[in-house]
Design a protein around this ligand. Structure first.
Ligand code: AIR
Length: 405
């Protein structure tokens, strides 16, 4: 059998098939991998990819639509209203695919459940001012910042920091809930946001890097290599993972991430977005979940971030070291699906099945960047199938990439 039965939950004498409860004894002839069912809060692309990966382990996993409190079974779009008690009695682990959970009674009850993992991390990281306070407390490098209650506070911080990034303390991602501020454009921030903002000094970075790592209950950790990220309008457009990563920078990234995960007694995958400066890495943001900049790992390593999250949740062993191939990941933003993409060599297409909206992450393309030839072929075959904007991004990504072979 592939996996040890490490964690037993109260429901373990029951094997769940669909929504019927069937005593395990009926199935004793089978060499089942019996692991506790997992509920993912959120049903976006990250939840979908987590569920798909869990299915490969034979783990039962369902997703919860947080706006309607409906369950989506496994990776399907099939929804059901289910007895709330099942959330607490059936699922041995409850995890989340987005950090900004709605302020509902159901979420409050879930947060009281012992099966809700990472309660500490969600308490201390979700609000951006709490997150920055924690980073300061742990003396982890981060941009100078302040809480912004009034225009006067912002102006006085602005006097010492000419360029600012102002962010809502909660919610907001992919460029939403963020304002670039200098002395002339303070008024761009809506008045009703004051009291719910932080201001950060804008950092002149060399590049943006992120690191994804996993930690299990026993404190065992695994890390992916640093990914270099390119954003446009606050949205990640592409990530590049190179073979020749500076080992000192990698260790720096792992040290930052492991000190956070250890402090929070964290289980699962966490991601840290950093700025590389002349003085080393500086933390931009921390996400207690799988992360867009880790999607390359679906192609570039056998231990992708979704698998690591599931393994860590179930306290299964994590890989001691992670081998990887140079990989590029191109986000597909606000565009339609093109089936011709599937005919391109050296790429893996991921499509999230969401309705089209401007600026919305619709899918991504992982590109094998392990050889000049692969990159050349991809540019030649894929570029004509993309719209002008994505074509330019692909061209930039490929041209800036130096494969070592
Ligand atoms: N997500 C969560 N935090 C940041 C991101 N990008 C993912 C989650 C969430 C989905 O984006 O998977 O459910 C929401 O996408 P959208 O396009 O509906 O905003």
């Amino acid at each position: 059998m592939l996996f040890a039965k490490l964690k037993l939950n109260p429901y373990l004498n029951i094997q769940i098939l669909g929504s019927d409860l069937v005593p395990t004894s009926d199935y004793q002839d089978y060499d089942y991998i019996i692991m506790t069912p997992i509920l993912i809060l959120g049903h976006g692309q990250l939840g979908l990819m987590l569920a798909a990966e869990a299915a490969k382990f034979g783990i039962e996993v369902d997703r919860l639509d947080l706006s309607s409190a409906e369950r989506l079974v496994g990776t399907s779009c099939r929804r059901d209203k289910f007895d709330e008690q099942l959330i607490f009695s059936h699922y041995g682990k409850i995890t989340a695919e987005l950090e900004h959970l709605p302020d509902t009674d159901l979420i409050h009850r879930i947060k009281q459940s012992p099966n809700w993992i990472n309660a500490q991390a969600f308490t201390q990281l979700i609000d951006r001012s709490d997150q920055k306070t924690l980073l300061d407390k742990l003396t982890l490098p981060t941009a100078p910042w302040c809480s912004v209650d009034t225009v006067a506070t912002l102006e006085s911080f602005n006097a010492n920091h000419p360029e600012l990034v102002v962010k809502t303390t909660r919610g907001g991602y992919d460029g939403r809930g963020q304002w670039r501020v200098n002395k002339n454009i303070l008024e761009t921030i809506p008045a009703d946001q004051f009291g719910k903002l932080i201001a950060e000094s804008k950092i002149n970075f060399i590049r943006e890097l992120s690191i994804v790592g996993a930690r299990n209950e026993q404190g065992q950790c695994s890390f992916h290599p640093l990914a270099e990220n390119t954003h446009k309008d606050g949205i990640l457009r592409y990530s590049a993972v190179r073979e020749d990563i500076d080992p000192e920078l990698q260790i720096e990234g792992e040290t930052l991430l492991s000190s956070l995960m250890t402090h929070l007694n964290y289980t699962g995958v966490m991601a840290v977005e950093c700025f590389q400066t002349d003085d080393g890495l500086m933390i931009n943001e921390v996400a207690p979940r799988v992360h867009n900049s880790g999607h390359w790992s679906q192609l570039g390593t056998v231990h992708n971030q979704f698998a690591l999250h599931m393994r860590a949740l179930l306290n299964l062993p994590l890989p001691k070291s992670i081998e990887f191939r140079p990989t590029l990941m191109l986000n597909l933003i606000g565009c339609d699906f093109n089936p011709d993409w599937l005919s391109v060599n050296h790429v893996q297409i991921h499509w999230y099945g969401k309705s089209l909206r401007d600026g919305r992450k619709m899918g991504h393309i992982n590109i094998d960047a392990g050889s000049e030839r692969a990159l050349h072929d991809v540019k030649k075959q894929l570029a004509p199938l993309l719209d002008t904007e994505h074509k330019q991004l692909l061209k930039d990504a490929v041209e800036n990439f130096q494969p070592c072979t």
